[in-house]
Design a protein around this ligand. Structure first.
Ligand code: FES
Length: 105
């Protein structure tokens, strides 16, 4: 899997991700700035907020109610394409484009 991370200033890096990892884990493992993942993926911090590119957003499994609720607590306001990146688990052939918010705290 590949994750394209674009920061709020428009700089992009492409990371080769391990299948089964989440987008948050991929970011933290590779030192990608803009994603904190304070709670380790247990849906209790909302510091893993990302904006998902439209075509990729459509392809994701719909979010659970808990994730939807947590998205109201993000540091930068949620948008239509907001997700918590710890809830996006990567499949082998998956390629996804996300933009990180200016801050997570
Ligand atoms: Fe805490 Fe995603 S890492 S909610």
């Amino acid at each position: 899997a590949k994750v394209h991370f674009t920061d709020f200033e428009g700089a992009t890096q492409v990371i080769e991700a391990t299948t089964g990892d989440s987008v948050m884990e991929t970011a933290v493992r590779n030192g990608v700035e803009g994603i904190v993942g304070e709670c380790g993926g247990s849906l209790s911090c909302a510091t893993c907020h990302v904006f998902v590119a439209a075509q990729d957003f459509e392809a994701l499994e719909p979010m659970e109610e808990m994730e939807d609720e947590m998205l109201y607590g993000t540091a930068v306001d949620r948008e239509e394409n907001s997700r918590l990146s710890c809830q996006i688990k990567l499949c082998a052939e998956q390629e996804i484009h996300v933009t990180t918010p200016e801050t997570q705290v």
